[in-house]
Design a protein around this ligand. Sequence first.
Ligand code: ADP
Ligand code: MG
Ligand code: MG
Length: 250
Amino acid sequence: MSTLDIQNLHASVETTEGLKPILHGVNLHIGDGEVHAVMGPNGSGKSTTAYALAGHPKYHITEGKVLLDGEDITDMTADERARAGLFLAMQYPVEVPGVSVTNFLRTAKTAIDGEAPKLRDWSKKVKEATANLKVDPDFIARDLNVGFSGGEKKRTEVLQMELLEPKVAVLDETDSGLDVDALRIVSEGVVHTHEKTNNSILLITHYSRILQYIKPDFVHVFANGQIVKTGGAELADELEQTGYDAVVGA
Ligand code: ADP
Ligand code: MG
Ligand code: MG
């Protein structure tokens, strides 16, 4: 099973002037194996939602709760949430000098499973995943995200997801900055993992293009730290044609 239940989520971000409230009661239920897209204007709190879910230490949940497969993860640390089965592909992946992609992946897998993956099995999986994502095998010897292009960073995020096989994947603008070929390859990677593991996906995006590949069961519109409208896949096209203001009624 892989469900995510976000109940009345209020969250604040730590700033130099203190805590700044960003989320004002987000409610979202993602059923087993469902794909939910979240769209909305810049600054509406989409990434804050992603960070609050993943347990980023600068993003504080001040009210409400988050359940993963019925288990309350609200007070867990980021690693505990990852072990519980949550994965976040960040909008701006962090550069980690001195840690190669391949070492990072193996360390993450070991931390999440509680034991190191069998070497031969693991090598095979890494080979498959890199081939699927058309990642050059030499690439994974490089330091994580250091000097990577925007597209390479996004591809590396999806590579992580393919190998870690989380129950719930939150993908924050994984499509931004990708050319059409890269978008197709990355999307196919996401769909491949989804079909293999029946994970649940929360897909944050500005563009309906990625939703042609990763078909959402529901589309939500985010504004001012809340979900203001929910619909089916057609809502994404409507948003792209008319803009957020027309749909949200701002
Ligand atoms: P979105 O992903 O929808 O574009 P964000 O969640 O990144 O929006 O940001 C929501 C709001 O929170 C914005 O007004 C943004 O400026 C503010 N915010 C986010 N992170 C920080 C931070 N670290 N310090 C100050 N303000 C922040
Ligand atoms: Mg599905
Ligand atoms: Mg964002």
